[in-house]
Design a binder for this molecule. Structure first.
Ligand SMILES: Cc1cc2nc3c(=O)[nH]c(=O)nc-3n(C[C@H](O)[C@H](O)[C@H](O)COP(=O)(O)O)c2cc1C
Length: 144
């Protein structure tokens, strides 16, 4: 099943996870707001990921999700990185479900937090985080 990874990343942490996921399932990788989104009609599985900024995912990704056509029949999964609260990524699942996608789950790991000068979670995402992201992606994708 064709997969696409759509992500945003202000300071680079989520980009590392997005690349790991894309590599794990052979998906096309698209950065929201920077690269054109292809026609989604041939995409069976959509991975969507972001960091958390002031309690929310980035506006660029949220707006892109709001602008998507309906996604009935598409499976999806959410991923992301955070400084303190992974739960703040839940809005991405809500948006995908509102579009009719079936959301298989969420993967989140800590990301070096530049809001506190890079002092917290400073080694993340690390190799173990990325290995977990690859496992999550393969399981979600193969179970769809
Ligand atoms: C301006 C700014 C605001 C942030 N606000 C939050 C927040 O409200 N909650 C949280 O858990 N993490 C917060 N963080 C930490 C980021 O979510 C975390 O570092 C994440 O890995 C950033 O992803 P990115 O490198 O892909 O942009 C913030 C980071 C920055 C730079």
């Amino acid at each position: 099943m064709n997969a696409l990874v759509l992500y945003a990343s202000k300071t680079g942490n989520t980009r590392k996870v997005a690349r790991a996921i894309a590599e794990a399932v052979g998906a096309e990788l698209v950065e929201a707001g920077k690269e054109l989104l292809p026609d989604l009609s041939g995409v069976g599985f959509l991975f969507v990921g972001d960091g958390v900024y002031a309690g929310r995912p980035s506006r660029v990704l949220v707006n892109q999700l709001r602008d998507l056509p309906m996604l009935h029949g598409t499976s999806a999964a959410v991923f992301g990185t955070y400084g303190a609260q992974a739960k703040q990524l839940d809005v991405l699942s809500d948006l995908l479900q509102a579009k009719g996608a079936r959301v298989a789950g969420t993967f989140a790991c800590p990301g070096k937090d530049w809001f506190v000068l890079g002092l917290l979670k400073r080694r993340h995402p690390d190799e173990e985080d990325l290995a977990q992201a690859r496992r999550f992606a393969r399981e979600a994708w193969s179970g769809a």
